[in-house]
Structures are given as C-alpha cells and as structure tokens.
Design a protein around this ligand. Structure first.
Ligand code: AMP
Length: 420
C-alpha cells in the first residue's frame, strides 16, 4: 500500500460535491461582477517568487530543479503568476482588467486541520482601476461569495496599511519588521524593535490601535490614538464604508479592524481578512487588499487589488453551517432484464441522456432485485425495468424508488414520465 504525501488530500465523491458547490458559487458571482477566468501554470521559475517575496520564501515553497537544471517552484498562490502574465501579455487588454482564477496551490507548511501542503484557492484581481471603487468591488465580491455559499457566521475585517505605515516613519526594512510584529500581534517584539529604533513611545498607541475593531465609529477612536498620522487613510475607509452600503452589504458583514496587517510587504492600502469562527484554529477563510507589484514584473505602475479565498476552509465552513446543496440525483437507472433486452436498453439510455437526463445502466448483468438495491444505493429517482416481453409491447416498467410505486409507461412517454 502506498500512502499519499503528508499534507495532501484525496477527495471522494461526497467531498467533491461540497467543493464544487463552493467553487461554482464563487464562479457564478465573479462572472456576474464581470470578472473573466484566467489560468496560469502550476509551476513557475523560482525567481518569480523570490522577486516578489524575498529569498526567505524558498523555505515555504516546493522548489526543485527540473532535468534541465532549471530552478522551479510549485505556485504558493496565484497573484504573482497573474502579475507575470499581465506584464508579459495581458497589459494590452482594456483596463481595468478583472480576472479570476481557481486551482491548487502548494506551501511547505506544518499540516493540521484546515492547513495543508496542497490546498485550493479562489482568487480575483482588478488591475488598473481607481483604488477606491476597485477595492469596494473586490470586497463586495468576497462578501457576496460568502453569501452565495450561504455562510452566515463570517465577517470581513478591514484595515489600512497606509495608515499604519504613516505612523511608522522608518526605513522600509525597519517598517517591515514592525509590521511583521503587529501582524503576529507580538507586542514583546514590537516593544524591542521600537526601543532599538529609539521610538519606545509609539509602543502604547500601537498596542491600543491594533485592539480597535468595530463599525465606522472605530475610525474616530483610531484617529484619536494616532493624532495627525493616517488622515487620508481614515477618509478612504469612511468612503469605502459608504460604497459597501451602496452594494447592499450590511454593516454586520464587516468591521474595521486596525490590527489587520497581512504580513506581506507589498500591501499598500486597504487590507482585509475574512474569518469563519466555527473553524477553530485555522479560521481564516480569505484575505486580500490593495498592493503594488506590477512594476517588479516589468509592468507600468497601476492600481492593483484582489483577494484569495481558501476553498478547503470554505467547504468546511459550509458543511458546518449546513448550507451545501446536494448534487442533482441521478434521474434514472436502467435495468435490462435478459441479454436480448440490452441493445434496446442502451438505445433508450442514449436517447434519455441526449434529452438531458442523468441516466445510468446496469453494467454487471445483475438480476432485477439486486439491481433495484443498487439503484437505491446510488440514489436514482427512478428505476426503468426493460424486459423482452415489455419491449415487444413498446412498454417499460418505471419504479419510483422513494415510494416503490411502479407504472407501465409507453416507451414514447418515458422521458415525460421522468420529469414528474
Ligand atoms: P493567503 O494567500 O495566505 O492570504 O491565503 C488565502 C487563503 O487561502 C487563506 O485565508 C486560507 O483560507 C487559504 N489557505 C492559505 N494557506 C492554506 C493552507 N496551507 N491550507 C489550506 N488553506 C490555506
């Protein structure tokens, strides 16, 4: 027996029903917002990821040499690939460019429930729109996706990195260390770094700031803490709240949270995270924000904003909240009785499939009663029994599996009988 690699999953038919449910709701919403699908390779040149995130990222990647000696890595997310694609080809398309992508991503992480080495993401990006309206559009899509999945217990927490950065007037490298400490809510590290930079007095207001979370009124409190810093950012977040209301997003679906930092250096403005509290430790189902990357990949500077939702975690949340719709049951299972009936049975099977029904047929040559057990086990709505004598008379016996009621139906009326 072989075991699958650590941190990977096999997904059976029941799991895939749940996962496709989540994915299809995202795709429906994204397309209704005017996003169009793109797809990029599962592996890329390693230096694409180090250009974006620095050399330390290699420890978190599945990086390898191919047989030609090229340094490659499996993608840990999609944004980098989309930006590479944009810089090399997509920039000639009309802007703003609104794209979405779904697929697998790989990170060398310590696996646990909801944290895998291969996982699936649902991603949307807007390139080249005006920042405020584009940020509102991606946030609205993320929240609408949650709604379309039927999740009630989710909340988007919205912060602003521009506000934090303007309160931390240090060299980018020092700013990055401080933001990292804030992201991890590591106040000890924050204190130590501020002491090293001779700015210990920033420690108390920062500590206070990252605790602030709530509706628009929280912005006033945050402004009090920060004094003059971040004025622009606060105005921006107020405008964003106004736009989200216009999208019909209820105030209870999001909160402003000054402690949302999102670890990575390339975020510049609005940032957000979405949690599903019933998932336990790995409760974050998605995150995103405004970032600045196109220039790194050789594109002109343009506004960029986007998000990634974790499909695995969304499917778990949907299951926990009982929102998943079962997949469409098989309409009919055909039971040929006797070898001579099989050819005609296959013709009937084919015509029903062509008419758009989901239809299966006995592939084993079982007797009728075993076949009815099987039809029951696979959840067929009807069993269609075709004996030689009935076929000669132009009839079939149609059994409704839930009730056991059987009717003789003329072959010409078979399709109609399955509609009921
Ligand atoms: P990130 O790019 O880290 O912000 O990830 C976006 C979303 O992808 C997260 O909020 C998670 O829902 C999901 N995700 C990230 N890493 C993993 C992982 N190792 N396993 C499962 N889901 C993940």
């Amino acid at each position: 027996m072989f075991e699958r690699p650590r941190g990977t999953n096999d997904w059976g038919p029941e799991d895939m029903t749940k996962r496709r449910f989540v994915e299809s709701r995202f795709i429906q919403r994204a397309e209704s917002f005017g996003f169009r699908e793109v797809s990029t390779p599962t592996f890329e040149s390693l230096d694409l990821f180090t250009a974006k995130s620095g050399p330390a990222i290699v420890r978190e990647l599945y990086a390898f040499k191919d047989q030609g000696g090229r340094d490659l890595a499996l993608r840990p997310e999609f944004t980098t690939s989309i930006l590479r694609f944009y810089a090399s080809s997509l920039r000639s398309l009309p802007k703003p460019l609104k794209v979405y992508m779904t697929g697998n991503a790989f990170r060398y992480e310590e696996p646990q429930k909801g944290r895998y080495r291969e996982f699936h993401q649902l991603n949307a990006e807007i390139l080249g729109g005006a920042p405020l309206s584009s940020d509102a559009e991606v946030l609205a899509l993320a929240i609408e996706t949650m709604r379309a999945i039927g999740l009630k217990q989710v909340k988007a927490r919205i912060g602003h990195l521009g506000i934090l950065r303007s309160f931390l007037p240090f060299k980018p490298a020092d700013q990055a260390i401080l933001l990292h400490a804030l992201d991890k809510r590591n106040l000890e590290m924050l204190d130590a770094e501020l002491a090293r930079l001779g700015q210990k007095d920033l420690s108390a207001p920062l500590g206070e700031l990252i605790q602030l979370s709530g509706d628009v009124s929280v912005l006033k409190e945050a402004e009090k803490v920060l004094g003059r810093a971040g004025k622009e950012g606060f105005g921006y977040l107020r405008d964003l709240a106004g736009l989200l209301a216009a999208y019909g997003i209820s105030a209870s679906d999001f909160a402003f949270d000054m402690g949302v930092v999102r670890g990575l250096d390339y975020y510049t403005g609005m940032v957000f995270e979405i949690d599903s509290p019933n998932l336990g430790a790995e409760k974050q189902v998605g995150g995103g924000g405004a970032y600045d990357l196109a220039e790194i990949f050789g594109g002109e500077p343009i506004a960029q904003t986007g998000f990634a939702l974790g499909l695995d975690r969304l499917a778990m949340a949907a299951e926990a909240e009982g929102t998943i719709e079962p997949s469409r049951p098989l309409d009919a299972y055909i039971v040929p009785i006797g070898d001579a009936a099989r050819t005609k049975a296959v013709q009937i099977l084919t015509s029903l499939r062509e008419a758009g029904f989901g239809v299966d047929i006995d592939l084993v040559g079982r007797g009728p009663s075993k076949n009815l057990d099987y039809a029951n086990a696979i959840g067929a709505r009807y069993a269609v029994l075709l004996g030689e004598r009935e076929l000669k008379a132009g009839h079939a016996t149609v059994r409704e599996m839930a009730t056991g009621v059987q009717r003789e139906i003329a072959l010409a009326d078979l399709a109609d009988s399955l509609l009921g």
